[in-house]
Design a protein around this ligand. Structure first.
Ligand code: PGA
Length: 250
């Protein structure tokens, strides 16, 4: 069995500002002693240049929160994968539930975005997850499998190059974290689906996201198929983020 070093990704969402970003990252970068997991922050697009400079030469990678499904052209407001690449973006979240919910992103659109990111040399972090109603109706497995299947269908064996994030919608920003057992059981389903799609599925990290914080990270990360975290609000506090990075380090 391949041991993947854990990957911890902060998703800043629509938070931050020039001064706040600089102080948060200086605290994070100064506290990395003892951290040996992989780490990244996905920042709002206007701050990519600033954060690229702040992270230069550090062990923390730069990420974006979305990418256009189009290569280039008359798409006002969109940001292409090659533009992200110009700022040394290493990861790009695609299909976050907030994009699916508020911007009507379909499974197929999310798959195209993942494809665009990969074509530009950026690792897409593909988010999947069920709503509370879907969980209560017993549809968790079928929902997440359908979401991931669209990506597998579009990018084929390149699926070994993606990161998957299981983010139950009911756990995002609510303080209701999935239990380690709930997370593990969905991660195992996703792991099996990846295994059936590519001979190199062991390269794929499957992150958990949804109210992950300094208090619950270690238990979630101890699950065999939880390879890291996608962290929202707790990534905006340097001490909390660093505590989680340490929990993910061996
Ligand atoms: P949260 O967000 O940690 O604030 O729940 C996670 C996410 O939406 O990626």
């Amino acid at each position: 069995m391949t041991v993947r070093s854990k990957l911890m990704v902060g998703n800043w969402k629509m938070h931050g500002g020039l001064a706040d970003n600089a102080s948060l990252l200086s605290e994070v970068l100064n506290g990395l002693e003892g951290v040996n997991c992989r780490a990244a922050v996905c920042v709002p697009a206007p701050y990519l240049a600033q954060v690229q400079t702040l992270l230069a030469g550090s062990a923390v990678s730069l990420g974006a929160q979305d990418v256009s499904a189009h290569e280039a052209g008359a798409y006002t407001g969109e940001v292409s994968a090659t533009m992200l690449r110009d700022f040394s973006v290493r990861y790009c979240i695609v299909g976050h539930s907030e994009r699916r919910q508020y911007h009507g992103e379909s499974n197929d659109l999310v798959a195209t975005k993942a494809q665009r990111a990969l074509a530009a040399g950026i690792t897409p972090i593909v988010c999947v997850g069920e709503s509370l109603a879907e969980r209560e109706a017993g549809h968790t497995e079928s929902v997440v499998k359908r979401q991931l299947a669209a990506v597998i269908h579009t990018i084929g064996h390149c699926v070994s190059e993606i990161v998957v994030a299981y983010e139950p919608v009911w756990a995002i920003g609510t303080g209701w974290t999935a239990t380690p057992e709930q997370a593990q059981s969905v991660h195992a389903v996703l792991r099996a689906q990846l295994k059936a799609a590519t001979a190199h599925s062991d390269r794929v990290s499957i992150l958990y996201g949804g109210s992950m914080n300094a208090a619950n990270a270690a238990d979630l990360l101890a699950q065999p198929d939880v390879d890291g975290g996608l962290i929202g609000s707790a990534a905006l506090k340097s001490f909390e983020f660093l505590t989680m990075l340490k929990a993910a380090s061996c």
